[in-house]
Write a protein that binds this ligand. Structure first.
Ligand code: MN
Ligand code: MN
Length: 449
């Protein structure tokens, strides 16, 4: 619970609890539907369209208060509410990602051994392999046939659905495995998923109209089966697959939806970017290293000034700023060695600004300048957001990065700012409900400034 609980009036506490319950219920619903970057995209577009956002392709102007979105390949999304100031003066962005660590099926996805059919998998993102053994798994994705017909697959999360599983060795015979370093407990090429006992070709054909060769042109993902759950007697946490980074992406989306429903247009154009491929280095057409973002800003300028030049696009980008909405590691009492003492984000103390990420001597870091951090301090404290500031983890223990550097390359101010997690990148990650709500409040405050 919040540290200032004691001093608050009972009526205020009840109001706060209702807001917390409503927000977390909506977030858990989003997570239950959004198990992949494609299903997150579909759910986000559904919420945006229900709130009056129009596809940018269908509009010719972008006036204060207008709501637009622009999608890229059904995975990466930009949505904005037009501000009173023109786009040329810069926009405010909250950018997160909805891809999450998982197992992808290989192009030749099926093989048989000793009469058992397996899905052959390849890792996507940084996983601890052993965590994925002996637990229920779901299969999601899209198969595109040669004629362009698309077949969407979702097996494992509806009542009555079968699930899939990777087997582990029994402890009775597991001595050799248990003597290995955990990273070697299972080989990547052995992370194959039981798909059936005997051939499953006929079932693929009957249920989905798919030939085995159709799987050659598919994106199929193995993810943990099951919907998010509240954790603890006080229900203070949410356990879910993919908090990283749907917790921040959804918070940004939710803040933008609220902004769209407000009576007044924001001062500056406010935008949310929900992108793909962060977990493998933000590469590819749908990753933030692509030209998607700058192309979208160019499109917005084009809707406001008929003869916008390249230099205008660059100026607009330089005058923009972003909260890089990604999760951070919460200090875990079980693993104090990972902590940067006095600079580790604490669970339940609100979202954390992470001034720099990177590894070793800030290698690969996007380090926010003091002036921008000061501005964010002013905004967050002014809006009474429960928030904290720190760094990623103990020096020389490891490291990581976010999309911050992809955006900072346009010359704009960027600060990492997101929800602290326990068990990041595990099949089930933990976030505090309080931190989830205040992450949204933080992004709303940034938009409202
Ligand atoms: Mn992330
Ligand atoms: Mn991650």
């Amino acid at each position: 619970m919040k540290k200032n609980d004691r001093g608050r009036k009972k009526a205020d506490r009840v109001k706060d609890d209702k807001e917390l319950d409503a927000y977390c219920a909506a977030y858990m619903d989003f997570l239950a539907k959004g198990k992949t970057e494609r299903t997150c995209y579909a759910e986000a577009v559904r919420l945006l369209e229900a709130c009056g956002f129009k596809s940018l392709d269908t509009v010719t102007t972008f006036k204060p208060g207008d709501r637009i979105y622009r999608g890229y390949h059904g995975k990466t999304l930009f949505a904005a509410v037009a501000g009173k100031a023109p786009v040329a003066e810069g926009i405010r962005v909250v950018g997160g990602h909805t891809d999450a660590p998982r197992l992808d099926l290989k192009p030749h996805a099926l093989y048989e051994k000793d009469g058992i059919t397996y899905f052959d998998t390849h890792m996507y993102g940084g996983i601890k392999k052993y965590q994925w053994l002996a637990m229920p798994l779901a299969l999601y994705g899209t198969v595109v046939k040669k004629d362009g017909t698309r077949v969407d697959i979702a097996i494992g999360d509806q009542p009555g659905d079968p699930v899939f599983m990777i087997s582990d060795i029994l402890p009775h015979f597991g001595k050799d495995q248990l003597d290995k370093p955990t990273r070697d407990a299972v080989a990547a090429e052995d992370m194959d998923v039981i798909a059936g006992l005997g051939p499953i070709d006929e079932r693929l054909k009957k249920a989905y109209g798919l030939e085995k060769d159709d799987l050659l042109s598919a994106e199929l993902e193995i993810v943990p089966a099951g919907a998010p759950r509240e954790v603890g007697l006080d229900r203070a946490f949410i356990a879910a697959y993919g908090h990283d980074d749907r917790v921040c992406a959804y918070a940004g989306l939710s803040a933008l939806l609220d902004l769209a429903q407000a009576k007044k247009a924001p001062n500056k154009t406010c935008a949310v970017v929900i992108c793909d491929k962060e977990e493998i280095g933000s590469v590819g057409a749908t990753g933030m290293e692509s030209s998607f973002f700058e192309n979208t800003v160019a499109e917005l300028l084009d809707r406001q000034e008929k003869n916008a030049r390249d230099i205008d696009v660059r100026r607009a980008l330089e005058r923009s700023s972003m909260l890089s909405a990604d999760v951070c590691a919460a200090s875990d009492p079980h693993f104090p060695d990972a902590d940067s003492v006095g600079n580790a984000a604490k669970m339940g103390k609100g979202p954390a600004a992470i001034k720099y990420t990177g590894a070793a001597a800030k290698s690969g870091a996007s380090d926010a300048r003091a002036e921008f951090v000061a501005d964010i301090r002013r905004i967050m404290d002014g809006a009474k957001v429960d928030w904290q500031i720190g760094e990623l983890g103990r020096a020389e223990k490891g490291g990581g990065g976010t999309i911050a550097k992809c955006m900072a390359r346009f010359g704009m101010d960027v600060l990492d700012f997101g929800t602290p997690l326990f068990s990041m990148h595990a099949p089930w990650e933990l976030a505090s409900r309080h931190d989830c709500l205040h992450t949204k409040k933080a992004y709303a405050a940034y938009f409202a400034d």
